[in-house]
Design a protein around this ligand. Structure first.
Ligand code: NAD
Length: 289
């Protein structure tokens, strides 16, 4: 009976953190400090806890991490003006906007006001467009984390059947482009795939399976192909426990590699944000083409 190797995201994140810290140490020798700003609208305790965790990682690496907290009633126009001010400040190299955001603000509209070179989350139209052309210097953080976890197994993606479940703009869709850039054969499944009764068939032939839905036990362990690499992006609260979208114990019997939840994709995602911050800093220091 196969028992999968657990893909330890915390350990992989530590490796990246140390490598990035070393890069920043060199950058700082010239007196330059990469700096990012996280804009939070409203006083959401969840946002503050998340920001504290990010700040800790940033400080370990040597990146200055600032919070710009705006009142909950800040209008979309006022938020855009804040973004424009931060866009023009040369000491700031990266900008992110905390989600979820108040319903009176259209996240997609405001995110597109961040200049592409400071778009830390890699989600504005220019950076998404660049990804389409396989320019992945700044890529969305969760898909980037998934790719690093897959690549850490040593698997060659060329010609492999990669099945992504979930087609959101922040995970599934950009991830499909990153997998395609590695010459995998990519299938993206979503709610309609399930409703059409097709989900299991796709899962059963996946050499690489990435699940990003937000439904506990959506993927039954017995559906997983023997030897598959399984990345569980889902985060679900069940009672007092946090679980993913895949039946962990059962999938462990069939997969070759499997990420735990928590401790899989999450820790690597935070580090990818920092990698983007350093990349953004470098791009801004390069001579303009
Ligand atoms: P989303 O709600 O934007 O998208 C969910 C997707 O799942 C949609 O494409 C939908 O069609 C699909 N879906 C819904 N029900 C389905 C079903 N029964 N069968 C197949 N597909 C179905 O979600 P999201 O923002 O992409 O997040 C997905 C999950 O990943 C959530 O649990 C979220 O918390 C988690 N997440 C984790 C990280 C991380 O860093 N670990 C980052 C982002 C999101």
């Amino acid at each position: 009976m196969t028992i999968a190797q657990i893909l330890d995201g915390t350990a992989l994140a530590k490796k990246f953190k140390d490598a990035l810290r070393e890069q920043v140490r060199h950058l700082r020798q010239d007196g330059a400090v990469p700096r990012l700003v996280n804009i939070v609208v409203g006083n959401d305790p969840g946002a503050c806890a998340y920001a504290t965790a990010q700040k800790k990682v940033a400080e370990y690496i040597g990146i200055q991490y600032d919070l710009e907290i705006l009142a909950g009633h800040t209008s979309q126009q006022e938020l855009i003006e804040t973004i424009q001010r931060l866009n023009s400040e040369i000491s700031i190299h990266g900008i992110m906007i905390h989600k979820p955001i108040a319903p009176h603000i259209d996240y997609r509209v405001v995110a597109n006001h961040v200049v592409p070179v400071k778009d830390l989350e890699g989600i504005n139209v220019t950076n998404i467009g660049k990804m389409m052309l396989a320019d992945t210097r700044i890529t969305p953080c969760t898909p980037a984390a998934v790719m690093e976890l897959i690549l850490s197994t040593g698997v060659n993606l060329r010609g492999k059947e990669a099945v992504v479940i979930g087609q959101s703009e922040i995970v599934g869709k950009p991830l499909s482009l990153l997998l395609l850039a590695q010459d995998a054969t990519v299938t993206v499944c979503h709610l309609a795939t399930s409703q059409a009764g097709q989900l299991v068939g796709h899962i059963e032939r996946a050499d690489i399976l990435v699940v990003a839905v937000g439904k506990p036990a959506l993927v039954k362990g017995e559906w997983v192909k023997k030897g598959a690499v399984v990345i569980d992006v889902g985060i679900n609260k069940v009672g007092t426990e946090i679980v993913g979208d895949v039946e962990f114990e059962k999938a462990l019997q069939r997969a070759s590699f499997l990420t735990p939840v928590p401790g899989g994709v999450g820790p690597v995602t935070v580090v990818m944000l920092m990698r983007n911050a350093i990349e953004a800093f470098k791009i801004q220091k390069e001579p303009r083409k």
